[in-house]
Write a protein that binds this ligand. Structure first.
Ligand SMILES: NC(=O)C1=CN([C@@H]2O[C@H](COP(=O)(O)OP(=O)(O)OC[C@H]3O[C@@H](n4cnc5c(N)ncnc54)[C@H](O)[C@@H]3O)[C@@H](O)[C@H]2O)C=CC1
Ligand SMILES: O=C(O)CCC(=O)C(=O)O
Length: 534
């Protein structure tokens, strides 16, 4: 039974989904760091929001962990690189709380403009002051959006409907997409200079850390207002406090904070009672969003533990589930080719792998196929955990070069995958195709063949000589091993030859030895004699 730790507050519905799937769930959002580090080694899966830090220290202890589900959008609390090295799938649920964050942003902007929060606070303290809490309209003002993604673009649409002029900065967004929603993309500084309101909707990255600091506040329009419902570290809190102090910035609405939870001792914004409104990281906290992210995270954890790929992976290439289902036969084909070549090359150290994709297969995202191949060829010789997440990392660590290319379709075949594998001693090549009747091996070391890509095989590379087929056939016959199919090829008479046999049962070590002895007696310079079961 898989064990899943839920270490942040998520909606009960997700926990029920996990339990109904037979998982043992520990819902424990109140662990301190020491307690958390003590127990993390016990779990196969974990669901977190933004409070649990899954850094290198935690992930090093998480020896059994296979999947990290982020019930929410931002994943700056998770060390993706370390998770990838350790072969841990990481996913988020990025659409579940988008609307929540959008509506919170709009709420913050309106509240900031109309002093709703301050006036409410005053009334609760028995103060009626209509003059002090006079507001400003947002209609006709310019809203500058930094980060025009899921949340930013929806904030734009709603702000436009309020009659605001919306401009944005997003270096990673195609101008066409921005054009579609009628938002001009401008350089960062220009957005700052032109905006009456600046709202942040970027993830927290090295680039966006303190994206608003002294320099930026200095170039902003005097009297501008700032809204941050993205991540606390996007804004340099001390610099914002200074800008407010100097009245350069008229006000700020802040949902996310450099240090959470906020305390009077760690946040200089708390003293700006009249110009700063703050919420306790509530952007994604609505009943609807909490249900969405909790249920999706639970379903995805179950799916990954059942060996499926998550829908919003953060450390493997994302693939549309429909595309994934259609590409599955090719993923299975390449995995079979990988198993085949891995067994064929035995214990030889791999130096390079080249993959050529031809025909229909090129309609799909090739990355999951390449990852499946790398996993299948490295798996048999590694004790370490290897999966699609860390396959490339392990290959790189072992200095194995991986190249993929697309080729023209060959002859009648609708699809083909070719693999060339170079070890320290030999080169191996093979090709396969997927047909409705199954997976076919169609080429081996340059020899055209046509064999079902499953079952038991004997492969012999030797120097062409009369008598070889007879010797092997009679040795297998004597051992009561039936040859189901056999193909032989050579470049020229007496040259390098290869024989591929599909057999109905496994030959013992003695039989393989006997075949070797007979071939040596014929002086056929055997380069390779292998038995493989696929
Ligand atoms: N307050 C809360 O409770 C919530 C906060 N969030 C935060 O909001 C962030 C954004 O969420 P989504 O819109 O769903 O993500 P998204 O990935 O759809 O959009 C982010 C946008 O930021 C842009 N971007 C990245 N680096 C940039 C840079 N240096 N300058 C300008 N733009 C840049 C990206 O190109 C992208 O278009 C999340 O990463 C999360 O940190 C999300 C949900 C709730
Ligand atoms: O998950 C959370 O703690 C709040 C929502 C959020 O910040 C996010 O989804 O990025």
């Amino acid at each position: 039974m898989y064990k899943v730790l839920v270490s942040d507050n998520i909606a009960q519905k997700g926990i029920e989904v996990l339990e109904n799937a037979g998982m043992k769930v520990d819902f424990n959002p109140n662990l301190n760091r020491e307690e958390f580090l003590e127990i993390i080694a016990d779990y196969d899966g974990i669901i977190v929001r933004s409070m649990t830090k899954l850094d290198k220290e935690a992930l090093t202890k998480a020896k059994k962990l296979k999947v990290i589900g982020r019930a929410g959008t931002g994943y700056d609390n998770i060390d993706l690189e370390e998770a990838t090295k350790n072969g841990i799938f990481v996913f988020n649920t990025p659409t579940g709380n988008t609307i929540s964050a959008v509506e919170h942003t709009l709420g913050m902007m309106l509240s900031l403009s109309r002093n709703i929060s301050q006036a409410n606070q005053a009334l609760h303290n028995d103060i009626w002051d209509r003059k002090k809490y006079m507001g400003v309209e947002i209609k006709g003002k310019t809203l500058g959006i930094i980060g025009l993604g899921r949340i930013g673009s929806r904030v734009a649409k709603r702000a436009q409907s309020f009659g605001m002029k919306v401009i944005a900065n997003d270096p990673y967004l195609s101008p066409k997409k921005a054009e579609k929603i009628n938002v001009p993309l401008l350089p960062f500084k220009e957005v700052l200079k032109k905006s009456d309101y600046v709202t942040l909707h970027t993830p927290l990255t090295d680039e966006t850390y303190h994206i608003l600091s002294h320099k930026e506040f200095a170039i902003m329009k005097p009297g501008a207002r700032v809204i941050n419902c993205a991540r606390g570290q996007n804004v340099d809190t001390k610099a914002l406090a200074e800008a407010l102090e100097k009245n350069k910035i008229a006000g700020a609405a802040i949902d996310v904070h450099e240090e959470e939870p906020v305390k009077a001792s760690n946040n200089p914004l708390l003293k700006f009672e009249d110009s700063v409104i703050m919420t306790c990281h509530l952007g994604g906290t609505t009943t609807e969003a909490m249900d969405n992210v909790s249920i999706t995270a639970a379903e995805e954890v179950i799916s990954v533990l059942k060996n499926n790929l998550p829908e919003s992976p953060l450390n493997i290439p994302a693939m549309d589930p429909q595309d994934f289902n259609q590409a599955k036969p090719y993923i299975n084909l390449i995995t079979k080719l990988g198993n085949f070549v891995a067994k064929w090359k035995g214990h030889e150290r791999i130096e390079a792998v080249e993959i050529e994709y031809g025909g229909e297969v090129n309609q799909y995202n090739l990355k999951p196929m390449t990852l499946s191949l790398v996993k299948s060829i490295l798996e048999p010789n590694l004790d370490d955990r290897i999966n699609l997440v860390n396959a490339m990392h392990v290959a790189k660590e072992r200095e194995i070069s991986i190249k993929e290319s697309q080729i023209q379709n060959e002859g009648e075949l609708k699809n083909i995958i070719k693999i060339n594998l170079k070890t320290e001693m030999n080169e191996y090549s093979l090709a396969g195709t997927y047909l409705p009747i199954g997976f076919r091996l169609i080429e081996i070391n340059g020899l055209r063949i046509d064999l079902d890509l499953s079952g038991e095989f004997i492969i012999v590379s030797y120097q062409d000589k009369p008598g070889v087929i007879g010797k092997i056939g009679s040795t297998l016959g004597e051992a009561n091993i039936n040859i189901a199919n056999m193909q032989v090829g050579r470049k020229k008479i007496g040259g390098n030859a290869i024989m591929m046999m599909q057999i109905d049962s496994k030959p013992s070590k003695d039989i393989m030895e006997k075949i070797k002895t007979h071939l040596d007696e014929l002086d056929t310079k055997v380069k390779d004699l292998s038995y493989l079961e696929i």
